[in-house]
Structures are given as structure tokens and as C-alpha cells.
Ligand binder design. Sequence first.
Ligand code: ADP
Length: 347
Amino acid sequence: MSREKIITAQSTGQEDEQFNIALRPRTLGECIGGGELLEKLRISIAAARGRNEPMEHVLLHGPPGLGKTTLAYVIAHEMGTNLKVSSGPALTRPSDLIGILTNLEARDVLFIDEIHRLSPAVEEYIYPAMEDFKVDFVVDSGMHSRTINLPLKPFTLIGATTRAGLLSPPLRTRFGINHHLDFWPVEDLRLRCAMTAEMIRVPCDGDALDLLAARARGTPRIANRLLRRCRDYAQVKGDGRLTTGAVTAALKLEGIDALGLDELDRRFLRVILDVYKGGPVGIEAVAATLGEETDTLVDVVEPYLLQAGLLARTRRGRLATMKAYEHLGVPYTPPPENGSLFDSESV
Ligand code: ADP
């Protein structure tokens, strides 16, 4: 199955990315979300600006599409500085990183996406850069080798990762602010949908926005993408207005069900229910049966199924919940032995 699934929170191409960029808020005031993170950032930014210093280093973790990149742009904008964007896999050699670091201006923001994928050789250079704003590197070898200390302008590193657990402890502890981004509540997603609809100038009914927000899997990037597909549908099949009828029909065509699950989500659950009798089953076994990569399932598919209460993670593996049986209309057959699997201790 193609990874170009509508529901994926990962960006699915250049057009999608441009759309995404156009819809990003630029200031903290424009950001949606009443949580403590925005307040924490507001205080840190004001304090740093008052002292004419860079803001603390920030680590943002959580599933894709929830706003990590957006916050990096917002922080740089609020600090009145530049943002440099890179990613763990793109920084293959220490010189890639040193090149970027030495070009930063004072208080600039460096955003490293997928920071858990930095190679250990590159990561080593990040520690002194973050802590003392310097890099040390050795030139020449043998008798002539010498260490060069290169001072850097004070900067802010914003690291983003879908898996904080894969970050090495020395790297993790060097971030002053460490925050997990959760799935958005429906009210916030509705605000996002309304904002996007206005920006892309599509007239819509309030009920249609409620429906979209409820099926966006707690993810603003998905809300934006679904809205775009619904707009196309309404334009071609209707009079251009987003009604509940148009949204329902467009989402059905995309294979999105009442809980916002798509084909891959349902296949994932079906494999556990049908092939592994409800689990518990190891994620690698599910990935192999589905022909998907384990990382994709762990980063993109599982988090929402866990949050929606359709899946449980136990010491013995993944387990479909009663809600999953009900949602997919599969009759529940109790396990042969007496002990209930649902009591398993979660990890
Ligand atoms: P991530 O980097 O976590 O994958 P993005 O920062 O690309 O996610 O966010 C995806 C989209 O979600 C953005 O294009 C934007 O439209 C929306 N979004 C994210 N955070 C916010 C926010 N705080 N307020 C409003 N919209 C947001």
C-alpha cells in the first residue's frame, strides 16, 4: 500500500508542504492551544529578549503533524531572529553541522528535525555547541594534529523528534525546555479548520467543520489536508460550499471512517484481530504481516490508536481492545485460559 495515505501526519509532497507552510501561524498570538507550552514559551522568549540573550534550547517530541516545526518558526519570529532548518539524517558528517553552526548569528534559532537520527559522530559536536557555544575540532593527524576551538555566537537549538526515548541521555538533558506535544482536542482542531477554511476561502457550514474536526485524528496537519480534499469535492460535486453532506461523502471516498481511521489503521487492527487473535503480538510481527516499516507503524499509526483506546501496549506486545472489536464489527472470543489479557501491565 502506498504511504501516500491521506491520514498520515507526515508531509506527502511538495504541494502539501507549501500548503502547510502557508497555513502556519507566525506569532504566538496566532497560535492555537491553551496548554502550558505556549505560556512557557511566552515567558522564556520575553525573558531572553529582556536580557538580549538567546532563548533556552527546546526539545519538542510527539507524533508528526502536531506543530513542532510551526513552533520553531514562531519562536524565531518572536525572538526577531533567523531560523535555520535541518534534520538528523541530513547532517551526515560533523562538517555539515559545523558549517551551519558557524554561520549562525547571535540569538538565531537552529531547528533540527528528527534529532534522534543524528549520528553519534555528529552528536558529539552538539554538546559543547549547546553548552558553551563553541566547537572543538582536530585538524591534521599524528604529530601535527592540533585542536581548534571555534567560538560560536550564542544560539537556540530546537530539536524535534517523534521518539524522545531514542535520544541519548546526554543530549536530552541539555535542553532547558523539554515538552511532549499531545494530540489536539477537537475544539482546537475546529478552530484550525475554521481558520484554514477562511484562508483558502471556502464557505462552510458550522456542522461541516465539527465533522471534519472530529475526524482529523487530533492532528492539525491532517485537519488541513482533509479540508483541502473536501473543498475539491464540494467544488466538483456540489456548489463549492462545505456542507456536512459534502464532507461525509468526501471522507467516505477517502476511506476515512467515523473515528477518523483510514485503510491502514483498519488493516493494522484487523491483522491483530484476525491473524493474531486480538494479540498480544510484537510490533515487528504486525509490520511484517502488513508489509510496512515498523518505524512508520510506531510513529504514525500506533499513537492515535493508543490514544483513541483501540489498542493497548502491554509487556507481551500489542493488544486490540474491546473498542477495536466493536469498531470493526469483529466478535470477541475470550482467550482459552481464564486470565484476562486486558489486565496486562502496560509499558
Ligand atoms: P510537525 O512539525 O509537528 O510535523 P507542523 O508544525 O508542520 O507539524 O504543523 C502542521 C500544521 O498544523 C501547520 O501547517 C499548521 O497549519 C498547523 N499548526 C501547527 N501548530 C499550530 C498552532 N499552534 N496553531 C495553529 N496551527 C498550527
